[in-house]
Design a protein around this ligand. Structure first.
Ligand SMILES: [Fe+2]
Length: 289
Protein backbone atom coordinates (compact mmCIF):
# COMPACT_ATOMS: atom_id res chain seq x y z
CA UNK A 1 0.00 0.00 0.00
CA UNK A 2 1.26 3.49 -0.87
CA UNK A 3 2.45 5.60 2.12
CA UNK A 4 -0.02 8.35 1.20
CA UNK A 5 -2.89 5.85 1.24
CA UNK A 6 -1.81 4.59 4.66
CA UNK A 7 -1.59 8.16 5.90
CA UNK A 8 -5.03 9.00 4.52
CA UNK A 9 -6.63 5.89 6.08
CA UNK A 10 -4.99 6.62 9.45
CA UNK A 11 -6.25 10.21 9.38
CA UNK A 12 -9.78 9.08 8.50
CA UNK A 13 -9.70 6.46 11.27
CA UNK A 14 -8.53 9.10 13.76
CA UNK A 15 -11.25 11.51 12.70
CA UNK A 16 -13.87 8.77 13.00
CA UNK A 17 -12.69 8.00 16.54
CA UNK A 18 -12.79 11.69 17.56
CA UNK A 19 -16.30 12.13 16.12
CA UNK A 20 -17.47 9.00 18.00
CA UNK A 21 -15.89 10.12 21.28
CA UNK A 22 -17.79 13.42 21.03
CA UNK A 23 -21.00 11.31 21.30
CA UNK A 24 -19.79 9.02 24.12
CA UNK A 25 -21.73 10.80 26.89
CA UNK A 26 -20.64 9.93 30.42
CA UNK A 27 -21.95 10.61 33.92
CA UNK A 28 -18.98 11.32 36.20
CA UNK A 29 -19.41 11.14 39.99
CA UNK A 30 -17.24 13.03 42.48
CA UNK A 31 -17.28 13.92 46.18
CA UNK A 32 -16.45 17.39 47.44
CA UNK A 33 -15.91 18.46 51.07
CA UNK A 34 -18.73 20.78 52.13
CA UNK A 35 -20.31 22.31 55.23
CA UNK A 36 -21.69 19.83 57.78
CA UNK A 37 -25.30 20.86 57.09
CA UNK A 38 -24.90 20.03 53.39
CA UNK A 39 -23.39 16.55 53.73
CA UNK A 40 -25.19 14.17 51.38
CA UNK A 41 -26.62 16.88 49.07
CA UNK A 42 -26.27 15.69 45.46
CA UNK A 43 -25.81 18.30 42.73
CA UNK A 44 -26.03 17.46 39.04
CA UNK A 45 -23.76 19.84 37.11
CA UNK A 46 -24.54 20.12 33.40
CA UNK A 47 -23.05 22.55 30.93
CA UNK A 48 -22.49 23.40 27.27
CA UNK A 49 -25.27 21.37 25.66
CA UNK A 50 -24.80 23.28 22.38
CA UNK A 51 -27.97 21.74 20.96
CA UNK A 52 -28.81 21.72 17.25
CA UNK A 53 -31.59 19.81 15.41
CA UNK A 54 -29.33 16.85 14.56
CA UNK A 55 -28.43 16.20 18.24
CA UNK A 56 -31.17 13.65 18.92
CA UNK A 57 -28.84 11.30 20.85
CA UNK A 58 -27.59 14.17 23.02
CA UNK A 59 -31.14 15.33 23.76
CA UNK A 60 -32.15 11.79 24.79
CA UNK A 61 -29.07 11.39 26.99
CA UNK A 62 -29.64 14.68 28.84
CA UNK A 63 -33.31 13.78 29.41
CA UNK A 64 -32.20 10.39 30.79
CA UNK A 65 -30.30 12.14 33.60
CA UNK A 66 -33.61 12.36 35.41
CA UNK A 67 -32.89 8.83 36.67
CA UNK A 68 -30.01 10.23 38.73
CA UNK A 69 -32.62 11.86 41.03
CA UNK A 70 -30.28 14.70 42.01
CA UNK A 71 -31.34 17.12 44.75
CA UNK A 72 -30.27 20.17 42.75
CA UNK A 73 -29.29 20.92 39.17
CA UNK A 74 -26.74 23.58 38.22
CA UNK A 75 -26.58 24.40 34.50
CA UNK A 76 -23.63 26.59 33.56
CA UNK A 77 -24.62 27.91 30.13
CA UNK A 78 -24.24 27.44 26.36
CA UNK A 79 -27.51 25.54 25.93
CA UNK A 80 -27.94 26.47 22.26
CA UNK A 81 -26.05 26.12 18.98
CA UNK A 82 -28.80 26.87 16.48
CA UNK A 83 -31.56 29.41 15.80
CA UNK A 84 -34.21 26.72 16.42
CA UNK A 85 -32.64 25.29 19.57
CA UNK A 86 -35.16 26.45 22.20
CA UNK A 87 -37.63 23.54 21.66
CA UNK A 88 -34.65 21.16 21.68
CA UNK A 89 -33.47 22.52 25.02
CA UNK A 90 -37.04 22.13 26.30
CA UNK A 91 -37.12 18.48 25.16
CA UNK A 92 -33.74 17.68 26.71
CA UNK A 93 -34.43 19.37 30.04
CA UNK A 94 -38.17 18.79 30.43
CA UNK A 95 -37.73 15.84 32.87
CA UNK A 96 -35.21 17.87 34.92
CA UNK A 97 -36.94 21.25 35.17
CA UNK A 98 -39.09 20.31 38.17
CA UNK A 99 -36.00 19.46 40.21
CA UNK A 100 -34.73 22.57 42.05
CA UNK A 101 -32.15 24.26 39.81
CA UNK A 102 -30.18 27.32 38.84
CA UNK A 103 -28.62 28.47 35.57
CA UNK A 104 -26.38 31.02 33.94
CA UNK A 105 -26.14 31.72 30.22
CA UNK A 106 -23.12 31.49 27.91
CA UNK A 107 -22.24 33.50 24.80
CA UNK A 108 -23.82 30.76 22.64
CA UNK A 109 -27.18 31.48 24.25
CA UNK A 110 -27.05 34.99 22.80
CA UNK A 111 -25.36 34.50 19.40
CA UNK A 112 -25.37 31.69 16.86
CA UNK A 113 -22.04 30.05 16.06
CA UNK A 114 -20.25 31.56 13.09
CA UNK A 115 -17.93 29.52 10.88
CA UNK A 116 -14.22 30.14 11.23
CA UNK A 117 -11.06 28.04 10.99
CA UNK A 118 -11.98 25.01 13.19
CA UNK A 119 -8.43 24.72 14.53
CA UNK A 120 -8.64 28.28 15.87
CA UNK A 121 -10.61 26.63 18.70
CA UNK A 122 -7.34 25.15 19.95
CA UNK A 123 -5.69 28.56 20.27
CA UNK A 124 -5.29 30.14 23.69
CA UNK A 125 -7.85 32.88 24.49
CA UNK A 126 -9.62 32.24 21.24
CA UNK A 127 -11.85 35.32 20.76
CA UNK A 128 -15.57 34.74 20.16
CA UNK A 129 -16.76 35.55 16.64
CA UNK A 130 -20.40 36.58 17.13
CA UNK A 131 -23.09 35.26 14.80
CA UNK A 132 -26.76 36.19 14.47
CA UNK A 133 -28.72 36.91 17.67
CA UNK A 134 -30.56 33.90 19.17
CA UNK A 135 -33.94 33.80 21.01
CA UNK A 136 -32.39 34.27 24.46
CA UNK A 137 -35.62 35.44 26.11
CA UNK A 138 -37.49 32.33 24.90
CA UNK A 139 -34.70 30.17 26.32
CA UNK A 140 -34.94 31.93 29.69
CA UNK A 141 -38.69 31.32 29.79
CA UNK A 142 -38.14 27.56 29.23
CA UNK A 143 -35.36 27.36 31.83
CA UNK A 144 -37.47 29.18 34.43
CA UNK A 145 -40.68 27.25 33.63
CA UNK A 146 -40.23 24.75 36.46
CA UNK A 147 -38.73 27.19 38.94
CA UNK A 148 -35.02 27.26 38.06
CA UNK A 149 -33.36 30.54 39.12
CA UNK A 150 -31.41 32.64 36.61
CA UNK A 151 -28.10 33.76 38.13
CA UNK A 152 -26.64 36.09 35.49
CA UNK A 153 -25.30 38.85 37.77
CA UNK A 154 -27.94 37.80 40.29
CA UNK A 155 -28.34 36.13 43.67
CA UNK A 156 -30.90 33.52 44.73
CA UNK A 157 -31.90 31.12 47.48
CA UNK A 158 -33.48 27.65 47.46
CA UNK A 159 -34.32 25.21 50.24
CA UNK A 160 -33.28 21.74 49.09
CA UNK A 161 -33.61 18.59 51.22
CA UNK A 162 -34.05 20.86 54.23
CA UNK A 163 -30.79 22.72 53.46
CA UNK A 164 -30.85 26.49 52.81
CA UNK A 165 -28.68 27.03 49.75
CA UNK A 166 -27.62 30.49 48.63
CA UNK A 167 -26.40 31.20 45.10
CA UNK A 168 -24.74 33.98 43.22
CA UNK A 169 -23.62 34.09 39.62
CA UNK A 170 -22.34 36.26 36.81
CA UNK A 171 -23.05 36.81 33.13
CA UNK A 172 -20.60 35.32 30.66
CA UNK A 173 -17.14 36.83 31.02
CA UNK A 174 -16.20 35.57 27.52
CA UNK A 175 -18.28 38.41 26.07
CA UNK A 176 -17.78 40.78 29.01
CA UNK A 177 -21.26 40.35 30.50
CA UNK A 178 -19.84 39.61 33.97
CA UNK A 179 -20.57 42.05 36.79
CA UNK A 180 -19.58 40.27 39.98
CA UNK A 181 -19.56 43.58 41.88
CA UNK A 182 -23.36 43.63 41.60
CA UNK A 183 -23.63 40.40 43.66
CA UNK A 184 -20.47 40.66 45.80
CA UNK A 185 -20.34 40.85 49.58
CA UNK A 186 -21.30 38.78 52.58
CA UNK A 187 -23.60 35.78 52.25
CA UNK A 188 -26.84 35.58 54.24
CA UNK A 189 -26.28 34.42 57.79
CA UNK A 190 -28.90 31.69 57.50
CA UNK A 191 -27.48 30.06 54.34
CA UNK A 192 -26.01 26.59 54.92
CA UNK A 193 -24.42 25.98 51.50
CA UNK A 194 -23.02 28.77 49.31
CA UNK A 195 -22.63 28.15 45.59
CA UNK A 196 -21.16 30.52 42.98
CA UNK A 197 -21.80 29.90 39.27
CA UNK A 198 -20.35 31.39 36.10
CA UNK A 199 -20.08 30.25 32.50
CA UNK A 200 -16.52 31.06 31.42
CA UNK A 201 -14.08 30.71 34.33
CA UNK A 202 -11.94 33.79 33.68
CA UNK A 203 -9.40 34.66 36.38
CA UNK A 204 -11.08 37.99 37.22
CA UNK A 205 -14.38 36.26 38.01
CA UNK A 206 -12.81 33.39 39.98
CA UNK A 207 -10.67 35.80 42.02
CA UNK A 208 -13.65 37.99 42.91
CA UNK A 209 -15.81 34.99 43.77
CA UNK A 210 -13.22 33.30 45.97
CA UNK A 211 -12.63 36.51 47.95
CA UNK A 212 -16.18 36.02 49.29
CA UNK A 213 -15.43 32.38 50.28
CA UNK A 214 -18.20 30.34 48.65
CA UNK A 215 -18.34 26.60 49.40
CA UNK A 216 -17.86 25.81 45.71
CA UNK A 217 -17.56 27.55 42.33
CA UNK A 218 -19.10 25.85 39.29
CA UNK A 219 -18.28 26.74 35.68
CA UNK A 220 -18.34 25.41 32.13
CA UNK A 221 -17.17 26.88 28.80
CA UNK A 222 -13.82 25.05 28.49
CA UNK A 223 -15.25 21.78 27.11
CA UNK A 224 -12.23 20.31 28.90
CA UNK A 225 -10.26 21.50 25.88
CA UNK A 226 -12.07 18.87 23.72
CA UNK A 227 -8.69 17.57 22.48
CA UNK A 228 -6.20 16.40 25.09
CA UNK A 229 -2.80 14.84 24.80
CA UNK A 230 -3.36 11.50 26.58
CA UNK A 231 -1.98 11.49 30.15
CA UNK A 232 -0.62 15.05 29.72
CA UNK A 233 -3.12 17.91 29.41
CA UNK A 234 -5.68 19.83 27.42
CA UNK A 235 -4.37 22.22 24.79
CA UNK A 236 -6.73 25.09 25.58
CA UNK A 237 -9.37 26.35 28.00
CA UNK A 238 -10.60 29.00 25.55
CA UNK A 239 -10.07 31.58 28.33
CA UNK A 240 -7.29 32.56 30.76
CA UNK A 241 -7.80 29.56 33.07
CA UNK A 242 -4.64 27.40 33.17
CA UNK A 243 -4.98 24.23 31.05
CA UNK A 244 -4.36 22.00 34.07
CA UNK A 245 -7.75 23.21 35.38
CA UNK A 246 -9.54 22.64 32.04
CA UNK A 247 -11.97 20.13 33.57
CA UNK A 248 -12.87 18.53 36.86
CA UNK A 249 -12.09 19.56 40.41
CA UNK A 250 -9.28 21.93 41.37
CA UNK A 251 -8.72 24.37 44.23
CA UNK A 252 -8.65 28.16 44.24
CA UNK A 253 -6.64 30.05 46.87
CA UNK A 254 -8.88 32.16 49.13
CA UNK A 255 -8.47 34.33 52.27
CA UNK A 256 -9.86 31.78 54.76
CA UNK A 257 -9.49 28.39 53.09
CA UNK A 258 -9.11 27.26 49.49
CA UNK A 259 -12.32 26.98 47.47
CA UNK A 260 -13.21 24.00 45.26
CA UNK A 261 -13.72 24.83 41.58
CA UNK A 262 -15.55 22.35 39.40
CA UNK A 263 -15.27 22.91 35.65
CA UNK A 264 -17.55 20.76 33.51
CA UNK A 265 -16.08 19.33 30.30
CA UNK A 266 -19.58 19.88 28.87
CA UNK A 267 -22.19 17.71 27.22
CA UNK A 268 -21.71 19.09 23.70
CA UNK A 269 -18.94 20.48 21.56
CA UNK A 270 -18.21 23.52 19.51
CA UNK A 271 -20.39 22.97 16.41
CA UNK A 272 -17.48 24.28 14.33
CA UNK A 273 -15.12 21.68 15.85
CA UNK A 274 -17.35 18.67 16.74
CA UNK A 275 -14.64 16.28 17.90
CA UNK A 276 -13.15 15.11 21.20
CA UNK A 277 -10.04 13.15 22.10
CA UNK A 278 -9.31 11.94 25.63
CA UNK A 279 -12.10 14.18 26.95
CA UNK A 280 -15.52 12.54 26.84
CA UNK A 281 -18.69 14.66 26.98
CA UNK A 282 -20.05 14.62 30.49
CA UNK A 283 -22.43 15.60 33.22
CA UNK A 284 -21.18 15.41 36.80
CA UNK A 285 -22.93 14.28 39.96
CA UNK A 286 -21.30 16.13 42.88
CA UNK A 287 -21.98 14.81 46.37
CA UNK A 288 -21.03 16.98 49.35
CA UNK A 289 -19.17 15.01 52.02
FE1 LIG B 1 -19.53 25.99 25.20
Amino acid sequence: MQPLTVLGMTALGGLGYCLAEARAHTLREISVPGPAAAVGVRVLHISDLHLAPWDTDRIRWVASLEKVQADLIVASGDFMAHAHAVPLVERALEPLLTTPGVFVLGSNDFYAPKFKNPFAYLGRNNARVLGAPLPTQDLKVVLASGGWLGLDNARGQLRVRGVDIEFRGTGDAHINLDDYASVAGPWSENSQLRIAVTHAPYARVLKAMTEDSPDIVLAGHTHGGQITIPFVTALTTNCDLPVKQARGLSWLPAPEKSVPLHVSAGVGTSPIFPVRLGCRPEATLITFV
